[in-house]
Design a protein around this ligand. Structure first.
Ligand code: ARG
Length: 413
């Protein structure tokens, strides 16, 4: 093995017990064996249910068959939705204006649970299955070390440099079941806030993403010919009901993924700037996020002043950036979130959404906190708005700009 390049990386003699953040896929299954061999240590596996559609019983069986001392499956769907996704929703959080941060938001939670279990069992190290080219390693390691500064990290995929074929070979040799969909050319990450699709043909950004990459959404052109209308109710910035039916945070999000997916809502394809410097083409399916962020943003604009709206955009962008950048535990994220929570205290009301062939459009909104005032805004003659006041307003509003422009003209002649 190479010499350590960072002090947090584990040496074999330092590890007696290691907690592996285990997805149940081929990478982390090979890792489970590989660490036992290379580090000669005992293993605990942890799989977090954050809304990915997986058979968690099967994952547990697999881990136990591969010789773990103990396996944990934690259902964290509601915690994820309430404490990670909802704050991001209140921030209308979109990295580079498009990506709702599905994978980015789950990593700190998975890492925190990993630390909890590692500390409970006195483990010396936590292992993850991220590559050295992605953002997830940064999110995991930064969160783990912020929580437990002396914890050692094992990152086998970065170290072992195995090709896909070598991995399959390794799996067969060690009795690790090779998944039936191993021929899938894509690398997938899923949770209730979205599904990310990477690699294969997608590494050629000029080529359209093939239909077989999508699993949650119907192609917009094949979506129903009749639009569907939804009412989303918000309380203090959080969605609480669909069509007046109350639901828990995770339930509500998962339901919107189904409805939105049917109408082809939430497909994204963009060039992403990764934390590690790479530019990469990323494809996502995020129906619930597309609907909820659109609805929330509209209601927020309805109940906030223009000064709040303008300033909040800056905070929202910064919040999304910090989350993307793996800095969930950075105090600035909490500071900004406090501001965002404050603004959201008045974001209560209903938004009416129309779903149709790939789009989720706001078609109406209602709130007791609206700054909108019909009597002021109406073009009918009995409006209470004093139109004559606008004469003086215009004069003062443009004063400096007018002088500056006249000066420029004078100087150029
Ligand atoms: N590019 C996205 C992000 O950095 C998605 C990452 C998905 N992770 C994965 N292991 N496939 O948040």
């Amino acid at each position: 093995m190479d010499k350590k390049t960072a002090s947090y990386l584990a040496e074999p003699e330092e590890v007696n017990l290691c907690v592996l953040l285990y997805s149940g896929g081929l990478d982390t299954s090979c890792m489970l064996k590989w660490i036992q061999e290379e580090y000669n240590c005992e293993m605990i596996t942890l799989t977090l249910d954050v809304g990915q559609q997986k058979d968690f019983k099967k994952i547990e069986e697999k881990a136990l068959n591969l010789g773990v001392k103990k396996h944990y499956t934690i259902d964290a769907k509601e915690e994820f939705a309430k404490n990670f996704v909802f704050p991001a929703l209140k921030a209308n959080a979109l990295y580079q204006k498009v990506y709702p941060l599905s994978a980015s938001l789950s990593r700190p939670l998975i890492a925190m649970k990993g630390v909890e279990i590692a500390e409970k069992h006195n483990a010396d190290a936590i292992a993850h299955g991220c590559t050295g080219k992605g953002n997830d390693q940064v999110r995991f390691v930064n969160t783990i070390l912020s929580m437990a500064p002396t914890m050692k990290i094992i990152a086998p995929v970065v170290e072992w440099n195995m090709s896909r074929d070598a991995e399959i070979e390794y799996a067969k040799k060690h009795g690790i079941p090779v998944p039936v969909d191993i021929d899938s050319p894509y690398s997938i990450d899923e949770n209730l806030w979205g599904r990310s699709i990477e690699s294969g043909i997608l590494e050629h950004p000029e080529k359209e993403c093939p239909e077989d990459a999508f699993a949650w959404t119907t192609a917009p052109e094949k979506a129903p010919n009749t639009p569907e209308y939804l009412t989303i109710s918000f309380e203090k910035g959080e969605p609480v009901a669909i069509n007046d039916e109350k639901m828990s945070p995770a339930q509500l999000i998962m339901k919107l993924n189904k409805i939105g997916g049917k109408h082809g809502v939430g497909r994204l394809d963009h060039m992403e700037d990764r934390i590690v410097g790479l530019k990469s083409r990323e494809v996502y399916e995020t129906p619930a996020a597309a609907i909820l962020i659109t609805a929330h943003q509209d209601l927020e604009k309805f109940v906030c002043t223009r000064h709040e709206n303008l300033f909040k955009e800056l905070m929202d962008t910064q919040f999304a950036y910090l989350v993307y950048a793996g800095l969930w535990l950075e105090p600035l994220r909490e500071d900004i979130q406090a501001f965002i929570e404050k603004v959201n205290e008045k974001v209560t009301g209903k938004v009416f959404i129309k779903l149709y062939k790939g789009s989720a459009t706001v078609v109406g909104r209602i709130s007791e906190n609206a700054i909108y005032d019909y009597n002021l805004a109406t073009y009918s003659v009995d409006s209470t708005f004093n139109q004559k006041a606008s004469f003086g307003f215009i004069e003062l509003w443009g004063l400096q700009s007018k002088i500056a422009h006249l000066l420029k003209k004078r100087k150029s002649t």
